[in-house]
Design a protein around this ligand. Structure first.
Ligand code: ADP
Length: 262
């Protein structure tokens, strides 16, 4: 079963609204954090008050991280697009994945990579792509409470007109993240791109992961599909516009290139 978003306008309106709210909240949280810092300097050595201030600071920092994710989802035209070697980016995420995917002790989440032969070059913002892949892997881990396998694969594909919903014909790098987890019911699948939609318990899910991933591929001129069935796992495929292999840079070496398509 595929989730196909046909509500680009609704998403854009939601993004604009979410961005506005996030922006205002971020300003308020900055003021709160500043005041807490000042208060911390003036309470002397009262340990009880210090603890309260620390708790308040931690809560405000969490709120601030949340608003940053909201801004990432709603932000438009601020991607640093460049030709990126997607295989190198995925291989470079090794440590980050190991640290981020550590689950409850006793369960093992194995990460497998099936990378196409070089060059696999896409025009994308590498930092945002890394964040998107991390989000997908964390979702995969959360869907496998008893452990399982995450397979990250890359492939260069020629997409014909109407082969992939809402994706123009062209040359793309397809990056898939597949898991052997719980899968999703059609009801959940239909709502996954809604900001704040989550089935995770309070404090664990924000419901901003997949909207962020969706926003990134849209703004990069690509698309995404999700295949998921209860009990059979989930496979998310990102289609990123293929780039010029010669111009591909390692991560951390900024180089602007024109988007492949506009
Ligand atoms: P969050 O992870 O904070 O809940 P997301 O937008 O990333 O937010 O995901 C929304 C919901 O989609 C999740 O709460 C979960 O129900 C479902 N979901 C996402 N990825 C998967 C997956 N790989 N397997 C099963 N369910 C998933």
């Amino acid at each position: 079963m595929e989730a196909r978003l046909r509500q680009a306008d609704k998403m854009q309106a939601l993004g604009t609204m979410a961005g506005g709210v996030a922006h205002d909240f971020n300003n308020l949280l900055t003021a709160i954090l500043g005041s807490l810092q000042l208060a911390g300097r003036r309470v002397g050595d009262n340990p009880g008050l210090h603890r309260l201030l620390r708790n308040a600071t931690m809560a405000a920092e969490r709120g601030s991280a949340l608003t940053r994710r909201l801004l990432a989802f709603s932000r438009r035209n601020e991607l640093a697009l460049r030709a990126v070697s997607v295989n190198a980016l995925i291989l470079g995420m090794g440590d980050l994945l190991t640290r981020s995917l550590a689950g409850p002790s006793g369960t093992t989440v194995e990460v497998r990579r099936r990378l196409a032969p070089e060059p696999v070059t896409a025009v994308v913002d590498p930092e945002q792509l890394e964040l998107a892949l991390l989000n997908l892997c964390i979702n995969a881990r959360d869907a496998m409470p008893g452990g399982g396998t995450i397979t990250i694969a890359t492939e260069e594909v020629a997409v014909a007109a109407e082969q992939v919903p809402d994706l123009p014909a062209g040359s793309y790098v397809r990056v898939t993240v597949a898991d052997t987890g719980t899968g999703m019911t059609p009801e959940v699948l239909a709502r996954v791109f809604e900001p704040f939609f989550t089935t995770k318990e309070v404090g664990k899910g924000t419901g901003l992961g997949l909207p962020m991933v969706y926003g990134l591929v849209q703004q990069s001129g690509g698309g995404l599909t999700i295949d998921s069935r209860p009990g059979e796992g989930t496979r998310v495929a990102l289609y990123l516009p293929a780039g010029d292999g010669v111009a591909a840079q390692g991560v951390g070496e900024p180089r602007e290139v024109a988007p492949a398509r506009e």
